[in-house]
Design a protein around this ligand. Structure first.
Ligand code: GDP
Ligand code: IMO
Ligand code: MG
Length: 428
């Protein structure tokens, strides 16, 4: 039962979309297991650039069933817009399935996300303002609405009316906003309900059956380990379980069905939004990486904070997820540097040195990165398709990452386009 989970090893935007698209060549199903349209996964095929937000990257492979799992929080009108845009570009959406148990992002969640961020002032998280935190809060509070509510008009109106009792008190009394009516929400979501109804299914069963038939199923992680609600740099995290445990929770399969866990790791680090980032570069090297790597968010267009690779936090990510292999991405971006640095330790506020990631966010915020320096490489490596095509310095750099993490390399990505990679080993 070969289920393969693809997980971001850092703070997101590692290139998960590209890796999922590549592995999907041999899969029959790709399942997104968490988050919503706070994610932005890019796949480049020839001159065509696809930016996916709620739909899994598997949609771009005709033989693949694309599944939106029960762990997601779905914004229905935004999903319809995304599907229409894909269909307009000739992508078939016939083989799409949406979990009946997936929660809904409601208009008031988006409003609360904005208002709560404003109220946080200096302590704002820097969310994508897509309503993700408030939607997961309602899920945990058992006041959320799900896809199965959306597609039953009467039930939806009833559940909205129930939810609005508290929502309107909070909106009017805490935030001084106007109250929302049931009719407003129903009329806003009704067209999407009608469009999405045919896709709603018991997706847990679909996945289970595919695995029983021995088919390859990919679980597409969104966000990343360091943004995980439990294991990330809390409170500067997203509200879902983005590490491997989330794949079981957000799909409905047993952990014993997972055969491989691929960590997607970019050869430097980026982060959007606030929160500690020990290897952040605020100098001209940081600016150079941002410009050369076009490090602007896929979802919000925000400039991403960039810095050297952090092997301390990556070793923590490898431990939490149990990576069986790594996909190393964006190696081409670092071409042209005289030297490259890797963080191999943290100096803590009490002046001690550690190789272990400190779970206390305040301690993390005060750590100084300790680096090892390696020679850079100057060549354009985007045409490399085998290990031997890479310059020796680039090979040594990738090998160092793999050795330090004690995880083998499955593949190395050397450009955004689908074919621009060195496939070393199929994790299947
Ligand atoms: P995701 O959220 O992890 O799927 O990553 P994003 O799509 O948000 O950001 C990754 C960006 O890097 C996208 O623009 C990709 O097209 C691009 N990309 C992926 N792999 C590579 C690579 O190896 N080299 C370069 N130059 N770009 C890459
Ligand atoms: P992909 O899947 C990068 C970040 C936001 C913010 C924090 C909380 O494309 O890698 P949220 O809106 O989720 O409540 O914001 O999490 N964040 C991401 N950063 N890539 C992502 O997704 C992200 N998803 C959430 O910037 O700091
Ligand atoms: Mg992204």
């Amino acid at each position: 039962m070969p289920a393969i989970v693809i997980i971001g090893g850092q703070w997101g935007d590692e290139g998960k979309g590209k890796i999922v698209d590549h592995l999907a060549e041999r899969a029959s199903m790709v399942v997104r297991f968490g988050g919503g349209n706070n994610a932005g996964h890019t796949v480049v095929i020839g001159d065509s650039v696809f930016k996916l937000h709620q739909v899994p990257a598997g949609i771009l492979r005709p033989q693949v069933a694309a599944v939106l799992g029960s762990g997601m929080v779905i914004n229905p009108p935004a999903l319809v817009e995304e599907l229409d845009a894909l269909a307009a570009r000739g992508i078939s959406i016939g083989n799409l399935h949406i979990s009946t148990n997936a929660h809904l992002v409601m208009p008031y969640h988006i409003l609360f996300d904005e208002l709560e961020e404003r109220m946080r002032g200096n302590l704002a998280i820097g969310t994508t303002k897509r309503g993700i935190g408030p939607a997961y809060a309602d899920k945990a509070a058992r006041t959320g609405l799900r896809m199965q509510d959306l597609i039953d008009r009467e039930r939806f109106a009833r559940r909205v009316a129930q939810a609005l009792k508290r929502v309107n008190l909070e909106l009017t009394r805490v935030f001084g906003q106007r109250a929302i009516t049931v009719e407003e929400i129903v009329s806003q979501y009704a067209p999407a309900a009608e469009r999405l109804a045919p896709f709603v299914a018991d997706t847990g069963l679909l996945v289970h059956d595919a695995l029983r038939r021995g088919e390859v199923v990919l679980m597409e992680g969104a966000h990343a380990t360091m943004l995980d609600i439990d294991f990330g740099t809390y409170p500067y995290v997203t509200s879902s379980s983005c590490s491997v445990g989330g794949a079981c929770l957000g799909v409905g399969i047993s952990p014993i069905m997972i055969k491989q866990i691929v960590g997607v790791i970019k050869v430097y680090t980026s982060r959007v939004g606030k929160g500690p980032f020990p290897t952040e570069l605020t100098d001209e090297t940081g600016d150079w990486i941002v410009e050369r790597g076009h490090e602007y968010g896929t979802t919000t267009g925000r400039r991403r904070r960039c810095g050297w690779i952090d092997l301390v936090s990556l070793r923590y990510a490898a431990r939490i997820n149990g990576f069986t292999g790594i996909a190393v991405t964006r190696l081409d971006v670092l071409s042209g540097l005289q030297e490259v640095k890797l963080c191999i330790g943290y100096r803590l506020p009490d002046d001690t040195v550690t190789e272990h990631y400190p779970p206390d966010t305040n301690v993390l915020a005060q750590t100084t990165a300790i680096y090892e320096t390696m020679p850079g490489w100057q060549d354009d490596i985007s045409s490399a398709r085998s290990w031997d095509d890479l310059p020796p310095q680039a090979r040594a750099y990738c090998q160092r990452i793999s050795d330090w993490l004690d995880v083998p390399m499955d593949l190395i990505s050397v450009g955004a386009e689908r074919s621009e990679l060195v496939a070393l080993h199929w994790p299947i």
